[in-house]
Design a protein around this ligand. Sequence first.
Ligand SMILES: [Zn+2]
Length: 505
Amino acid sequence: MTVRIGLGGIWQETNTFAVEPTTLADFRRYQFFEGPELVASLRGTGTELGGAIDAARQRSAYPVGLFFGAALPSGMVRARAFESMLRRLAALTRARLPLDGLVLSLHGAMVVDGHPDPEAEIVTTLRAVVGDIPIAATLDYHANVGATLPEVTDILVGYRTYPHVDMAERGAEAMEAVLRLLRPPWRGRRPARHLERLPLLTVPPAQEDVAEPMRSILAAAERIRAEPGVWAASALPGFAYAESGRLGFAVYLAAETHAVARARELAAHVWRERDAFSAPLAGPAEAVAEVAGARGRRPTVLVDVADNVGGGSPGDGTALLHALAQAGVAGAIAVIWDPAAVAAAHAGSADRIDLWVGGHSDPAMGPPFRASGPVRRFDSVSYLRTGSYMRGQRVEMGRVAVIETPIGAIVLTENRVVPFDDDHLRAVGLEPRGARVIVAKGAIAWKAAFAGYAARTLYVRTPGYCPAALDQLDYRSRPAPLYPLERDPAWESAVAARLTSGNRP
Ligand SMILES: [Zn+2]
């Protein structure tokens, strides 16, 4: 008899410092699938549910599309948006019963007005619908995991890469765990799970997977995963800009024995390395001066760290445009989210244009930059990702205007665009390999697009909602103490340890 595994989720990394709230329209605009359309749209893609669908098919299980909604990172999610999606997910789950298991794609750093732990709430809501069947969920590397989620799920599988290029593999792993829990001797049981939370905040530029200290932490997790009886071992650095009671680094273990000891061993490794999470940045003028004085190989990637679109910053910061202009550097490519400037550019038909761009979302992102030069206009640009990040996913850029200014090409977009692929530049006729400078509005994830051919990288201190210096943020309700905001919290006593039994209640 073919087993039926339901697939769904609600997915967002929320930046609670971002001004614009995340609405239902933001989910509809990015990823929004229900029923059979979910399976048809995501199969074969490099996404969590895509990997889960393909794994189910390979093992003769039937993937049942429920509901999946994802939004680009932005401000606090409106309660109404979350509630309506959760109602839809629960209703579609009820309509597709009987189900033998669930695989959910959850980010883990969503923050919803009035819902203190939305990911745990998704699972408990669905648990009430499906009853005693295995539920697995995938989590982003930037998940801020609370104590409830490990209890209410059978297994959690966190990404192990940053840039995140292992989503499909983790989705497949979650599916395999659910199928294994349906067979003897596991039917009706589950491994012990343990979550170890550390009073530690780290920033994205210090979390790269191939750089220390994460390289050795991920290697330690890998060694634990290779031990007999271990189902999952995740080191999740978390997302410092999603303020909630769940803020901080977490270590998760699912194992048949010694889950607590193994989790604490991995957490102790993280804690020993707490001073190694540093991110040295250059000022904009200093970074651009280095580009101006450099010869030879290109491109140089100027990393606009705080205006990280994939971390919830708007993507209209102009600091690097001004610095490039002041230094007289040409040959750059920069993407700026500016729907009003796109509309103004499309309102006329002149070959050349002259208008203010960027810096409109918040005075902190400005001042606007004067962009003058030949313009090319594009109506509703849409492309498929072909790189290592979410391969096969369709992205809508909206209308676009490309202005060839003295500093280089400024790409104005109607929708916010994340630099996780270089397809978005080729979609508007630009070749990033030949550029002298690429302005990347991100911390590490842009490497999935440009690292293969970037000759040099400079991390720049810019304005935005993802600053590398955490003391620039006005936290209001975070847990305390948290290192490094408080100098020496005691992890041994501060941790809320959780051990859950081997049997599903
Ligand atoms: Zn992430």
